[in-house]
Design a binder for this molecule. Structure first.
Ligand code: ATP
Ligand code: MG
Length: 335
């Protein structure tokens, strides 16, 4: 369980203006870049929370704060019940963080097995359990046959798997995965998703994933949070966000869209709006198109009956918005 409130992070970055460097004062040499602007977050046990957002939105910064690697300038929070500031060490050791590019912390001159042994000891895995824990982690990411290879000879996907294996060495209540499936082939990516769902969230761990793969987020995340330029745009259960921001609709092809039909449809409690969408010709038949928004999927029978009483119904298709549609709408709407 993680709870954050009003988290703000400011980075000091070099002032790109060279003239500022001739002046002596520290203030003129550096500029402030506010990466997070008051983020609230709640991640529960047994759930996967997806953090989505364009490049530079602040996802990695947020992950680092939750893992205790960065200290925010403002805000409060608890990680596994421990205060983010006052009980920092306990909060840190409750979390396993895997970042893409994390493999740079591996020793290139040691095999994967020896690297994992090293990290196992650093992460406090008891000596007697070390070998079995490493075997489990290697199997979980599908690297069993590569244990004696050297990181410098691996492909970037394999290095990513290697850093995921490191993250699995120590059994902790919270797992943070920053783009866990970037560079990973589709079969291994599915393996990692299944692992996150069944072996981690399924056994009561708190899992937070950041990803640019919205289809993946839609599939595995119970809840979604979209951030942009350090601000939270939306947060909620994935299905609810899709419903609220995307809205399902029925695309109906029929002989004629009359005013009476529109009136009758809009009188139905589950229909929000019935809109004419023009006409097409299909196999010699002129078909008029009608878009009906609202809770159409669970009321499909009533919808069909209402339309078919007076009109010839050719086809009815239920369109559900994807998280991709919702993301584009929310993020582009902000710009
Ligand atoms: N160590 C740092 N020093 C200065 N600025 C930083 C640092 N790390 C990140 N930033 C800046 O903070 C902002 C947020 O970066 P962050 O890495 O958290 O984004 P992100 O959402 O993870 O992006 P991506 O999808 O590209 O991984 C960006 O403007 C970035 O340039
Ligand atoms: Mg990032």
């Amino acid at each position: 369980m993680i709870e954050l409130s009003g988290i703000e992070k400011i980075y000091k970055v070099r002032n790109p203006d060279h003239r500022a460097w001739r002046r002596k004062s520290e203030e003129s040499r550096f500029e402030e870049l506010q990466a997070l602007k008051g983020i609230d977050l709640k991640a529960r046990k047994g759930e996967i929370l997806g953090i989505l957002g364009p490049n530079g939105a602040g996802k990695t910064t947020l992950m680092k704060i939750m893992a205790g690697l960065l200290i925010p300038e403002h805000g409060t929070g608890t990680v596994n019940g421990y205060d983010l500031f006052k009980e920092r060490n306990k909060a840190r050791t409750s979390v396993n963080l895997s970042r893409s590019g994390d493999w740079v912390i591996f020793d290139y001159k040691l095999s994967i097995l020896h690297n994992l042994r090293y990290w196992g000891v650093v992460m406090g895995v008891p000596w007697k359990d070390l070998d079995s824990v490493i075997e489990e982690a290697l199997t979980a990411v599908g690297l069993e046959t590569k244990r004696n290879e050297y990181p410098e000879n691996l492909s970037s996907g394999m290095r990513q798997k290697m850093s995921l294996a490191r993250c699995l060495l120590s059994d902790r209540p919270i797992y943070l995965f920053d783009e866990p499936t970037a560079n990973i082939d589709p079969i291994s990516a599915k393996f990692i998703r299944d692992f996150a769902m069944s072996s981690l969230a399924g056994t009561g761990k708190t899992v937070i994933i950041s990803t640019h793969n919205l289809w993946e987020a839609e599939m595995i995340c119970d809840r979604i949070m979209i951030i942009d330029e350090g601000k939270k745009l939306v947060e909620g259960p994935t299905e609810q966000i899709k419903k609220t921001y995307g809205g399902e609709y029925a695309l109906v092809r029929l002989s004629e869209v009359t005013d009476t039909l529109i009136f009758n449809l809009e009188a139905l409690s589950f229909v929000e709006q019935a809109l004419r969408m023009g006409e097409t010709w299909e196999r010699g038949d002129k078909q008029q198109l009608l878009k009906v928004t609202g809770d159409v999927k669970s009321n499909i029978n009533e919808l069909v009956v209402t339309i078919a009483i007076h009109n010839r119904l050719f086809n009815i298709e239920i369109k559900e918005p994807s998280l991709n549609d919702v993301f584009m709408k929310i993020v582009e709407g902000e710009e």
